[in-house]
Write a protein that binds this ligand. Sequence first.
Ligand code: NAD
Length: 258
Amino acid sequence: MSRFEGKVAIITGASTGLGPVMARLLAAEGARLVLAARRIELVEAVAGEIGGEVVAVKADVTDEGDVAAMVEAAMARWGQVDVMMNNAAVPGTDKFIWEQTVDNFLDTYKVDCMAAMLCSREVLNRSMLERRSGSIVNFSSGAGWDGMVRKSHYSAAKGALRILTKVIAKEVGEYGIRCNCVVPGAISTDLMVNYMKRVADEQGKTVDEIAAAIQAPLPLKTFSTPEDVANLALFLASDQARTITGQSINVDGGLIMS
Ligand code: NAD
């Protein structure tokens, strides 16, 4: 398939986990790419491995200037942006609500929700509104549906991101632009492995035991791979999803059936 031939996509948080996987799949389908993250050496390595029409950009997605420069990198090279993947996220520090701090709550919110507003605003103003086309994909989490213990910061931000998705979709639909949200459950990435290691240490259990406990309630009894999640994201970004907007779609082994 070449669903992204002639299209330009920006991926935030493209240094680890899902970001590089989406980059490879998008490039394989013809997309020209801006890959953004704070650790430029990591995104440069991903860009170098993909080769061709890929630009690596150092950007903190919570910084308005960095976001403007990230979008400018796409505009300067190709003059358009067709796909915005708002993938960057942080887990924050696990705390019960009675331990929660303003810094932990707001720092998480800034990356996990506000940054999607900043990046969306920038690609809309610089390209999508004028061209009356484009697709924005946000990345929430199952924690943003039901909430997760010790993750009020992350759960609230990821829940808010689903509402942000709806508002964007309602506002930009008449311009031929779509906005949807991928809602992963547990993905087998570093983020997940580190989380399981932390919980295993805290509970005096093995990582395998923690993994088994997380998988037990899943009807499909398996974590999603980054490719499973990327496949949904690419579908939503592509013209195949041309009448789908404002949706939050779970890819989680069946844990949440909304
Ligand atoms: P990851 O931590 O591997 O990747 C996230 C990337 O965002 C990292 O490279 C990180 O450096 C980058 N990032 C963080 N703050 C940034 C900032 N201020 N500016 C720019 N980049 C920044 O995570 P992942 O597993 O690849 O997750 C991808 C998406 O899926 C995220 O939105 C995450 O919340 C969501 N998700 C993941 C899981 C999971 O199990 N891994 C579960 C549910 C949801």
